[in-house]
Design a binder for this molecule. Structure first.
Ligand code: TEU
Length: 533
């Protein structure tokens, strides 16, 4: 069975936000040599791949998601030689490397855009999207999606900030240049790509306005049917997949923009993407809930989300992904825990690592890092600046990694670019490694268990009915074995009836039961795994 191990399907992928992971040169900003210096840590944790958020040259108007050169490293993050050393070091430890490709838009400082905006007859004019008159499209980070450029008297399109003009994927030269960038990194040994808002590459060729709908922000008050998800994306995915398949075991996961599971699935398949995020557990229940920062995390809501994604992915034979945290949303521990108590973070971690689908772990999630609380004056993220206090932005989940209790949490010898969470003297990697009951050690154990247990990797998902209030329980059932996962969301002890079988306790955050007959007792917030093989 282990011989069939496919890294992107059966492994765990760890997202690194390079500027916040480890600073090697004392400038307060994390960098690529910093990541390299922590590869032993990642190998010990047991992850199979790292996804690096952008480290390319950038004016940082959207913290690296505004790229001014696709085939290089920003000098603040290192050099191409540093990158090569990182890839070699990762591969030596059996860790794959996934890059973040932000190809819906460039930075407005990218030479392509500087040329494009310089005159209407510049050869690169058509590399971006210029119109005499705007339609009603809105930018995701606030305001209109069109900005007037007085130099040439036309509007250019940007689905995010005006510093991120959308490229014109319909232009064959653009298509070639972008695919060449993929090839550049493939040739450097990269194993896969995360495609930023890939389903926004193509826009309606007639630029029709979106129809209205009820919503809070301008952006939410329209159906996004003409600005994203155009049919022209499908042949492009074929072409990209053919390129990836010309190298062995390469991978692409799409960041489905405004994506429900069915939408994510529609972009995946043997000649399309390997995977696409459906963000089942990070999305609030509604836009209103998002505005009020309400993130339901209870057995009913979680089960409903699992069943929705199972229905979509299983029916299509597409392998799902599981995400609890990333650089755009509040960290799972901040959404699920009260105070410094990590029991609910363990439960969220157990979900991440026992569901059907590739787990994506966000740096610091393994130690239960909490979002940083920031004053208005400290907010740097564009949507946070625009929408505070309704929406505080995304700086909170991007604070420096908490390695130890030394100054700046062992992240940097200088003052970090973004504050370290003040809880770092208590919450850090060194402290949790030394504590057998820590979230870190729980995570490490569970990663190893997942990888060594066929039912946890590939087994079917079967929910258990008749669970007591506050408890979610399910089976992961493979031909040769079944694992039962019991999660007590509630602060009260519970008794869970279990199906008749020869169960052996596998892992628990409480006390492992000596034997299991017709029921198990769960302590408040307990995670319990049983196996029958
Ligand atoms: O995110 C796209 C996206 O869906 C986000 O804009 C999301 O709506 C927002 O963060 C609120 O949760 C991708 C990147 O992940 C994000 O960091 C970039 O800012 C954005 O694209 C533009 O490149």
């Amino acid at each position: 069975m282990m011989n069939d191990f496919l890294w992107w399907r059966d492994g765990v992928i760890y997202q690194i936000y390079p500027r916040s992971f480890a600073d090697s040169n004392g400038d307060g900003l994390g960098d690529l040599p910093g990541v390299t210096s922590r590869l032993d840590y990642l190998s010990d944790l047991g992850v199979d791949a790292i996804w690096l958020s952008p480290f390319y040259p950038t004016p940082d108007k959207d913290f690296g998601y505004d790229i001014s050169e696709y085939c290089d490293v920003d000098p603040r993050f290192g050099t191409l030689a540093d990158f090569d050393r990182l890839v070699t070091g990762a591969h030596r430890r059996g860790i794959r490397v996934v890059l973040d490709m932000v190809m819906n838009h460039t930075s407005d400082q990218h030479p392509w855009f500087l040329e494009s905006r310089s005159s209407r007859d510049n050869p690169k004019r058509d590399w971006f999207i210029w119109r005499d008159r705007p339609n009603n499209w809105q930018a995701s980070f606030g305001g209109k999606a069109w900005t007037f450029d007085p130099v040439t008297g036309q509007y250019f399109l940007h689905l995010f900030t005006p510093a991120q003009p959308d490229v014109n994927w319909r232009n064959p030269e653009v298509r070639k240049a972008q695919l060449d960038a993929f090839r550049f990194w493939l040739e450097r040994g990269v194993d896969g790509f995360r495609l930023d808002v890939f389903n926004a590459y193509f826009k309606d060729d007639r630029f029709r306005s979106n129809p209205p709908k009820f919503g809070l922000r301008g952006f939410d008050r329209q159906e996004h049917i003409h600005d994203i998800d155009q049919p022209e994306m499908m042949p492009l995915l074929d072409e990209l997949r053919a390129l990836l398949d010309s190298y062995p075991e390469r991978y692409a996961v799409g960041e489905t923009y405004l994506g429900a599971p069915e939408k994510a699935v529609s972009y995946c398949g043997p000649d399309k993407l390997h995977a696409a995020f459906s963000f089942d557990f990070t999305m609030p229940a509604s836009e209103a809930a998002a505005a009020l920062r309400i993130h339901p995390f209870n057995p009913d809501w979680v089960l409903q989300k699992i069943l929705e994604r199972e229905a979509a992915f299983d029916a299509a034979g597409v392998w799902p992904t599981t995400v609890m945290s990333n650089h755009d949303v509040m960290r799972a521990a901040s959404r699920t825990c009260r105070g410094a108590d990590d029991r609910m973070a363990k439960l969220a971690m157990a979900l991440l690592l026992t569901l059907r689908g590739t787990p994506f772990l966000y740096y610091g999630e393994e130690i239960g890092m909490r979002d940083l609380a920031l004053k208005r004056s400290e907010i740097m993220d564009p949507p946070g600046k625009k929408y505070w206090p309704i929406y505080p932005g995304r700086d909170g989940c991007r604070s420096p990694m908490q390695w130890d209790a030394s100054p700046n949490a062992g992240f940097s010898s200088a003052q970090p670019w973004l504050k370290v969470n003040p809880d770092y003297p208590r919450r850090n990697v060194a402290a949790q490694r030394a504590d057998p009951d820590s979230l870190f050690n729980f995570t490490k154990k569970l990663i190893a268990l997942r990888k060594g247990t066929p039912a946890l990797r590939g087994g079917n998902f079967v929910p258990l009915t008749g669970c007591p209030r506050g408890v979610l329980a399910y089976l992961r059932r493979a031909a040769e074995q079944t694992v039962l996962v019991a999660l007590n969301f509630s602060g009260r002890a519970a008794r869970l009836p279990v199906p008749a079988a020869a169960w052996t306790p596998l892992l628990s955050t409480g006390a492992l039961p000596a034997e299991v007959r017709t029921e198990v007792r769960l302590a408040p917030h307990e995670v319990l795994l049983l196996i029958n093989s």
